[in-house]
Design a protein around this ligand. Structure first.
Ligand code: N01
Length: 659
């Protein structure tokens, strides 16, 4: 067995003199851009490149958080930062690379702590320093590729199910390492959830300079929180840039996956759009289907008698013209929050059926375009994008995690979990009351009865203003039944409608329910998981399922903050280590040891039992009907990063060598 491998150490690559020369080539453009760009990344970059910390010291008390609006730097201070940075960049353009580019953990930590207005712990420094250089070519991966003969790599063909953000990431990293792979995608193109969800208003609610691959920054995001089309195009761009399409079999659904013990390989049954079945085989299987891809269509009495269009948000019928129509929308989660305010101005009537309530809060940048200067700096100034992302990572990473933890001594457990959770609830309430000050009837109908984060926290997309519109009605309690041309609410009242939109979410706990998945010794995944209790070690590996590595598997969705791109990259790096271990050791197969899997899931359950889900009033899509949380992760991002940083081969059983 080869030695345990650790994740590649941070690479402190020096940016070439030429890149700096290009950044300062047009000083007028540079200065104009920096006058418009966020000053805090400028400050940190100036400290990095010059090694001078005096400006950091002066600015420290004027920065209170990682978001770009969380500082009180005066125009004069911004000018000083800007001019010092321009001088430093010019100097850097004239000299060979300086050692100052090469950030030490201490230097990085000092600058970042100033930039986010709080002390950044060593674990975060280590993680973000690695992220900091992620866009540079992974030299070690390429070097590894050269040490293993192609013939050895060729015996480990990887079968990936899904060309969404995780399947694409896996493909990119396998391609870099020279390992053969095929991606099977049921849709006609890439993008997964960002392709399928094209409902009006669809957008991300995580800042997209963080909600993107660390190795593929995009300087051209038009908004802080991109809309669906832009995100989908980003994924399309990645598929093209990394030449993935020739590895993808589109419009091909994997209907069955069976592990052949004798051959030590996965055998797939595939179905095309005509229903014709074919087969494929490979040594490694990577289901990368995500958890939010099967719409939950409620079984509402009489819905087939409605007589007009009825569709789910994730299957939006673009042929239906909503203008002047009476629309009934069922559901008020993240999708409903985006659809409602977007369609209300054009429909005749929007009747919203609210079964459960949701907390939401505004974000100042949610509807803002990116400043032109920041975009210029992201595109043209070395390291600017890395600092920008590090600040956002901090701001939308783990800061809220403490709010989700139960304090057993807390004196108001019916509404909050601890002092921080309570203070945040007060803020949410203040926002809600301010928005609905003139409509006490709506306040009564909308204040949630559970602590913040009991359900996914929503960004206020103009929800309360929506509810006050003349053509909008909020109906409490959900739907009793549907009749021709109307929806009947729980109080028996009839609401005439022409179109029904189901913003009713996804069957998250029924992971891989539509795939017949059979592992070693004829073990069906349902015999381990039942219908809706998926579990995996690190959300990735399952005993009896050799060489199967899940991406975005059980307990990996983020509920307190963070970005699925980040979690996916953690998983992909871990899987790459497993694949290397298999190849280097010449093993036929590896599978996680049952006690390791069981112990990990005990830890997941124990952590969740101390979190907001334990609150009696909390119902959400994270839990299965038995009340076990299967979808979301209990860990901080940095904890999961550490857990997945290095493969420990002793967690696995390895099967005999391949001849
Ligand atoms: O689904 P949801 P979603 N009768 O499950 C109600 C991601 N996402 O599609 O609260 C009546 O949150 C249900 O009521 P209740 C994100 O992770 C992200 O909105 O269960 N109502 C609820 O109000 C998100 O969390 C973005 O009582 C019924 C709603 O339908 C996840 O996807 C945008 C019902 C479902 O809310 C799912 O969000 C969109 C019934 N029979 C989605 N059944 C971003 O912004 C369900 N409901 C990135």
């Amino acid at each position: 067995m080869s030695q345990p491998m650790s994740r590649d150490a941070p690479r402190q690559s020096l940016v070439s003199q030429a890149e700096f020369a290009q950044a300062v080539a047009d000083e007028v453009a540079l200065r104009a851009a920096l006058m418009d760009a966020d000053p805090v990344p400028q400050l940190l970059l100036q400290a990095q490149l010059s090694g001078d910390t005096d400006l950091l010291d002066q600015a420290r008390s004027q920065i209170t958080g990682g978001w770009n609006y969380m500082h009180t730097l005066s125009p004069a201070m911004c000018e000083t930062i800007r001019e010092r940075l321009i001088a430093t960049l010019k100097q850097r353009a004239q000299h060979t690379p300086s050692h100052h580019d090469d950030l030490s953990p201490a230097g990085f930590g000092r600058a970042l702590s100033t930039g986010v207005g709080a002390p950044v712990g060593d674990d975060y420094v280590q993680m973000l320093l690695e992220e900091f250089n992620a866009e540079k070519v992974d030299a070690r991966s390429v070097a590894w590729r050269r040490t293993i003969p192609e013939a050895a790599r060729a015996r480990y063909h990887v079968l990936i199910i899904g060309a969404g953000l995780s399947g694409l990431c896996m493909g990119i990293k396998l391609r870099e390492a020279g390992i053969p792979f095929t991606i099977f995608e049921k849709n006609a193109t890439v993008g997964g959830t960002w392709y399928e969800n094209n409902y009006p208003g669809c957008a991300v609610d995580i800042p997209n300079h963080f909600y993107s691959y660390a190795f593929e920054p995009n300087a051209q995001w038009s908004r802080h929180f991109a809309r669906r089309d832009e995100l989908w195009k980003y994924l399309e761009h990645c598929a093209d840039k990394y030449d993935l399409r020739r590895h993808i079999r589109f419009q091909t659904e994997v209907v069955a996956a069976r592990y052949d013990d004798a051959q030590a390989e996965w055998q797939l049954t595939l179905r095309d759009t005509q229903g014709i079945q074919t087969h494929a085989a490979g040594r490694i299987l990577v289901p990368a289907v995500g958890q939010l891809n099967r719409p939950a269509i409620p079984n509402i009495e009489g819905i087939q008698t409605f007589g007009g269009p009825v569709f789910h948000t994730a299957r939006w019928d673009t042929s239906v013209d909503l203008r002047g129509q009476r629309v009934a929308m069922v559901g008020t989660g993240a999708s409903g929050m985006q659809v409602g305010p977007t369609i209300a101005p054009e429909v005749a009537q929007l009747t919203i059926f609210q079964r459960g309530r949701h907390w939401c809060f505004p974000h100042p940048n949610y509807h803002r375009s990116m400043q032109a200067g920041t975009r210029w700096a992201l595109a043209n100034i070395p390291y600017f994008a890395s600092w920008y992302r590090a600040l956002l990572f901090w701001a939308s990473g783990d800061l809220m995690h403490p709010l989700l933890q139960v304090d057993p001594t807390w004196t108001q457990p019916e509404v909050s979990l601890n002092a921080e959770s309570h203070a945040f609830r007060e803020k949410l309430l203040a926002h809600l009351h301010a928005e609905l000050a003139d409509r006490p009837d709506l306040i009564e109908k909308t204040v949630p009865t559970f602590p913040p984060y009991g359900k996914r926290m929503l960004r206020d997309n103009g929800w309360f203003q929506l509810l006050k519109r003349d053509n909008v009605a909020l109906v409490e309690g959900g739907v009793a039944r549907v009749e021709p041309g109307a929806v009947i609410d729980r109080h028996g009242q009839r609401h005439a409608a022409d179109i029904i939109v189901l913003a009713t979410g996804f069957q998250a706990t029924r992971l891989l329910a539509e795939l017949s998945l059979v592992g070693e010794d004829n073990t069906n995944i349902r015999s381990l998981w039942g219908e809706d209790n998926p579990q995996a070690f690190l959300g990735i590996t399952v005993p009896k399922f050799p060489n199967m590595f899940l991406l975005q598997g059980p307990n990996t969705i983020l509920s307190h903050g963070g970005s699925m791109f980040f979690h996916t990259e953690c998983q992909v790096r871990y899987v790459m280590q497993c694949v290397r271990e298999l190849i280097e050791g010449g093993h036929a197969a590896m599978q996680v040891r049952a006690p390791v899997y069981e112990e990990f899931n005990r830890r997941v359950d124990a952590a969740h039992a101390q979190m907001v889900w334990a609150h009696p009033g909390v119902k959400n899509w994270y839990k299965n009907p038995a009340g076990r949380v299967t979808a979301v992760s209990p860990w901080r991002l940095v904890d999961y990063w550490k857990m997945t940083a290095a493969l420990d081969p002793s967690h696995y059983r390895f099967a005999a060598s391949v001849d």
